[in-house]
Every structure is written in structure tokens, then in C-alpha cells.
Design a protein around this ligand. Structure first.
Ligand code: MN
Length: 244
């Protein structure tokens, strides 16, 4: 992660693109239920977009319960604790992530802000009866970027399976095409100037209760049965304005 490159990439956005991206992000957070309350300047744990049992049998309610109510809540509580009384307390979550990325002295704020954002994004990247195929602009851009949906899904699975240790696999939009990325720990494509479209959590807490060491089984089941292509399509549309 190189913050100077990130800043250059972000500055490289035209004003219109930046506003579209920022507005899209705001719309996403409204959708995801995350908000920065003007009263207490604290982030809230957003409601899950489905019941905790809704992703069974691919992901158990036991896993979702711990992951959402313990892990995700913990990141929200910690980011609120770390930003309290600082300039970060008045910033949107995405701004905090960009401002603290690559700064060792801000690593605790970055980790908890990014993990708060990443988990909300992950819950929305999944849905009951997901999987299948994307349509419209997303379908076309995947074909342009990867040659086929099969190759896209294979690269996404490989990124998720081969990420060493804790982290995330992503589809992200670079302004022209869609890329598969893998990031370690809390990192997120936005720190490199890319717009996340969807993600798979490959921290062990995401799958170990259900799959133990078989991360590949978790990844393939998520891609085949839970991936929310409509969510990715909405994220793409927010940043492109629907132009394919
Ligand atoms: Mn997680």
C-alpha cells in the first residue's frame, strides 16, 4: 500500500467522478445503515440485510452471530473509541480510511475503520439465493475485463484461497476495467484509488466454525450460492453513472 500513489490516484479522478464516487459511497452507507450521527459523532453497527439464519447452509447462523455481533461490533466500538475527541470524529468513515492508510502511527484507527467498512460491504456482497450471473453493464464489463464470467470467478476464488493469513478478496473498478484484488488484514482497494464492487472475507473467523481449515470449500460455496451480483452492479453504476 502506497499512500502517495493512492492520493495521486484519487486526485486523478475528475471532480465529477470524485463527486459521483463520494455520492455513491454516501448512498451505500445509507443503504448499509452505517451513519455518523451528528449528535454523538459515533458510527453505529448497521443492521444485517437479512436474518442471521438466511445464509444457511453455506454460512451457519452460529458463524454469522459471532462474526456480526462480536467481530463487526468490536471494530465499530474500537473505531469510535480511537477517534473520540480527535479530528477523525467529524469525518465520514471512508475519509478516515484514506487519511490513515499507510501511516504507522494511525494503524489502530485505520484497522478498525477499514474493518468496520469492509464488514458492512461484505454483508451486502452476500445474499440468500445468490450466485448465478450478473447482468447489464456489470456483465459486459466482466466480459471485457476477464474474457468470461468463468475466468472472473476463478480469479476471484484463487485470490480468496491464496491470500496468506487474514484478509479479503475483492472485485474492484479501476476506472476502465474490473480487477480481482487480494488485501491483507484490514486493507481495502480504496486505499489504492480503486472502487470496491464486492468482497469475500477470508479471515478465519469468517469460515472456521463451519469449514475449519477448508477455506477453498467456503470460497467456492460463497461464489456459487451467495454472491450478490446486484450489489456489485449497483456499486459499478454509482461510479460510472451507468455508462458502459
Ligand atoms: Mn470478518
Amino acid at each position: 500500500m502506497n499512500i502517495e500513489n493512492s492520493k495521486k490516484a484519487i486526485e486523478g479522478f475528475s471532480r465529477r467522478e470524485f463527486l459521483v464516487a463520494a455520492t455513491g459511497a454516501a448512498a451505500f452507507f445509507a443503504f448499509g445503515g452505517i451513519s455518523c450521527s451528528p449528535k454523538n459523532q459515533k458510527f453505529q453497527l448497521p443492521a444485517l440485510p437479512y436474518p442471521e439464519t438466511a445464509l444457511e447452509p453455506v454460512i451457519s447462523s452460529n458463524t454469522i452471530g459471532f462474526h456480526y455481533r462480536k467481530h463487526h461490533q468490536g471494530y465499530v466500538d474500537n473505531v469510535n473509541k480511537f477517534i473520540s475527541g480527535t479530528a477523525f470524529a467529524k469525518m465520514p468513515l471512508e475519509t478516515i480510511i484514506i487519511e490513515t492508510a499507510g501511516k504507522p502511527e494511525r494503524i489502530a484507527v485505520f484497522n478498525n475503520a477499514a474493518q468496520t467498512w469492509n464488514h458492512t460491504f461484505y454483508w451486502n456482497s452476500l445474499k440468500p439465493e445468490g450466485g448465478g450471473e450478473p447482468t447489464g453493464e456489470l456483465k459486459n464489463l466482466i466480459a471485457k475485463s476477464f474474457g468470461s464470467l468463468r475466468v472472473c470467478k476463478k480469479e476471484l476464488a484463487d485470490a480468496a484461497i491464496t491470500q496468506f493469513g487474514s484478509g479479503w478478496a475483492w472485485l474492484a473498478y479501476n476506472g476502465e476495467t474490473i480487477e480481482v484484488m487480494q488485501t491483507g488484514d484490514a486493507d481495502n482497494p480504496m486505499t489504492q484509488g480503486l472502487r470496491p464492487l464486492l468482497t469475500i472475507d477470508v479471515w478465519e473467523h469468517a469460515y472456521y466454525l463451519d469449514y475449519q481449515n477448508k477455506r477453498a470449500d467456503y470460497v467456492s460455496a460463497v461464489i456459487d450460492k451467495l454472491i450478490n451480483w446486484e450489489f456489485a452492479a449497483r456499486n459499478l453504476k454509482e461510479v460510472t453513472g451507468g455508462v458502459s
